[in-house]
Design a binder for this molecule. Structure first.
Ligand code: ADP
Ligand code: MG
Ligand code: MG
Length: 204
């Protein structure tokens, strides 16, 4: 059974853009607390470009949509998160290439995305980065059948909240050492929006 169509993939990115843009200031405030204060600005710009691009083109496959998303994010977001999100979407696209996206393919795509961002960021679970949310999603998908994927936003939100009391050991926030505690990781929050958007699109 196909669980993500081309239209849903496009819609996924549009809803993500709406969430990121609506929460641009919040993401930026989080990054002001433990980084350089540009995460909301970077992602708002990036996902607006993503939507402008995918609205302009007709795609034959989900892989093609996500490949285009990856290229745009890599080119337009910058910072640490641009290459990391670019890698995540590119790995998903590569895994989906030539296939319809059923449950098995989607799980495998997220697994490959997690591998890719961990490698690229040299980060592991529990280091207070977006890896935390992505790996939690991969684990959730492994355990739960597609009928239960509606719980994905709650799972991501809980993981995002868990980053609050962590000490960052990767990225700019790691410069603050103990003082990085007490703030949610901005990349975990934007990743939460991405998967909240996915759940909403699959429901509608
Ligand atoms: P920058 O830190 O370059 O300004 P952003 O503010 O756009 O980039 O993104 C910061 C987010 O990127 C962090 O909140 C964190 O989730 C993620 N991040 C930073 N460094 C790494 C890393 N080495 N591995 C995984 N994720 C990282
Ligand atoms: Mg930043
Ligand atoms: Mg920056």
């Amino acid at each position: 059974m196909i669980i993500l169509t081309v239209e849903q993939a496009v819609e996924w990115m549009k809803v993500t853009q709406q969430k990121v843009s609506a929460n641009k200031d919040l993401l930026t405030e989080l990054d002001q607390a433990i980084g350089d204060g540009d995460h909301g600005i970077n992602l708002d710009r990036g996902f607006r470009e993503v939507v402008a691009k995918i609205d302009d083109v007709t795609y034959d496959s989900v892989a093609d949509v996500l490949k285009s998303v990856a290229m745009t994010l890599m080119a337009k977001v910058g910072g640490a998160s641009g290459p990391l999100y670019g890698t995540a979407f590119l790995k998903m696209a590569t895994t989906m290439q030539g296939k319809e996206v059923d449950e098995v393919v989607f799980k495998e795509a997220v697994n490959k995305a997690v591998e890719g961002i961990k490698q690229r960021g040299k980060a592991a679970f529990g280091e207070k980065t977006l890896v935390d949310v992505w790996e939690q999603v991969a684990n959730f998908l492994k355990e739960e059948p597609v009928e239960d994927w509606g719980a994905l936003p709650e799972v991501c939100q809980a993981t995002m909240e868990d980053t609050r009391e962590m000490m960052a050991t990767k990225g700019r926030a790691s410069y603050l050492k103990e003082r990085s505690k007490g703030h949610v990781d901005p990349g975990s929050m934007s990743s939460y929006y991405i998967f909240e958007a996915l759940a909403e699109v699959r429901k509608s």
